[in-house]
Design a protein around this ligand. Structure first.
Ligand SMILES: Cc1cc2nc3c(=O)[nH]c(=O)nc-3n(C[C@H](O)[C@H](O)[C@H](O)COP(=O)(O)OP(=O)(O)OC[C@H]3O[C@@H](n4cnc5c(N)ncnc54)[C@H](O)[C@@H]3O)c2cc1C
Length: 302
């Protein structure tokens, strides 16, 4: 230290200042580089890695099924459109793995929106997470992909083209649909039309209402949406929910013609490369639709 100070004594003022500035500059650079290295999150890979929880936000805790948004730190830049991720944990000694479609996936941030089921091991595990905890996740998973060519879906090696996408989403099944809509509506050269029908038990269960209606309003007719609920909406509920419009209908009572009419699709009457139907939702919901649309080769289920 004394020899370091002596160096200053022996140098002129200007030289000493230049030397100090250089030392400080190098030290700052080392701190920045160290910080970048320390805050670099893991990449998403085909095997499980643990990702830090950056924040959590519960958006509806009044009902039986709260919804929680969890933001995880991840360094991978983007998830291919149509792909999802898998989370893993152990509950009561048993390994549990579930699929989720991030509502946001950009460099540094992966946002999951999770509906919490009373009896659900994974959703309850995720609901209880706090900032600083870590989650095991892998991906991209799933076979379906959309784009970047407008209107082009890939299902493994099979390709499907369309000018209009009919989407059927049951409850949380809206997230894979949202991902495709984002891809279409943010790409100026993609004129593919989208008609989405969202099914929920009650009006309170509808997820992402504001975001979806805003996207439809801003799309100038390219994206249309209908909200369907199986339980009648009471006057009180309608008031609480800001007077929103819902159709009261159950997938259980819908046949092929009803489904196609709701989606504004021609079905078998459509020409090749005209229409694709996408669906995601609870098993019973998808089973019913697959049964009704049996024989159609332009149907994709997430
Ligand atoms: C491609 C894909 C993407 C998905 N994306 C999301 C997403 O973004 N957000 C999200 O919250 N979920 C999503 N899911 C569902 C998710 O994978 C889990 O199934 C869900 O979180 C429940 O897991 P769990 O372990 O808590 O409950 P589970 O053990 O699977 O189910 C426990 C009980 O909860 C009830 N339950 C479970 N799922 C449903 C349902 N969908 N509708 C009605 N009741 C149900 C049933 O009573 C069931 O017996 C997606 C599924 C797939 C296939």
């Amino acid at each position: 230290m004394s020899s370091f100070l002596k160096l200053f004594e022996n140098k002129g003022d200007v030289e000493a200042q230049q030397f100090t500035a250089l030392v400080l500059g190098v030290a700052t650079l080392i701190i920045i580089l160290l910080k970048m290295k320390l805050t670099r999150y893991p990449n998403l890979t085909k095997s499980f890695s643990s990702f830090p929880v950056l924040s959590t936000r519960v958006v509806a805790s009044g009902g039986a099924r709260p919804i929680v948004f969890i933001t995880l730190g991840v360094s991978t830049k983007e998830l291919p459109t149509g792909a999802h991720v898998k989370t893993r944990t152990v509950v009561d000694g048993k390994e549990v793995m579930r699929a989720y479609t991030p509502t946001k996936f950009t460099e540094g941030v992966c946002e999951l929106m999770i509906r919490v089921y009373e009896e659900g091991p994974m959703s309850n595990y995720l609901y209880k997470l706090e900032k600083g905890d870590r989650v095991e996740m892998m991906g991209p998973t799933g076979l379906h992909r959309y784009g970047p060519t407008p209107g082009l879906f890939k299902n493994g090696k099979k390709e499907m083209r369309c000018r209009k996408i009919g989407m059927l989403a049951g409850g949380t099944g809206v997230t894979p649909m949202l991902q495709i809509m984002n891809s279409v509506l943010t790409n100026k050269s993609d004129a593919t039309e989208i008609e989405l029908v969202v099914f929920n038990t009650s009006a309170k269960d509808v997820m992402m209402y504001e975001r979806l209606t805003q996207m439809a309003d801003e799309s100038k007719g390219q994206f249309k949406i209908t909200f369907v609920v199986s339980k009648a909406v009471t006057a009180d509920e309608r008031k609480q929910l800001g007077g929103r419009e819902y159709e009261v209908l159950s997938m259980r009572n819908m046949g092929k013609a009803d489904i196609l009419a709701k989606l504004g699709l021609k079905g078998e009457g459509a020409g090749p490369g005209e229409e694709v139907i996408c669906m995601c939702g609870p098993d019973q919901f998808c089973k019913k639709i697959k049964g009704e649309l049996k024989g159609m080769d332009n149907v994709l289920c997430w």
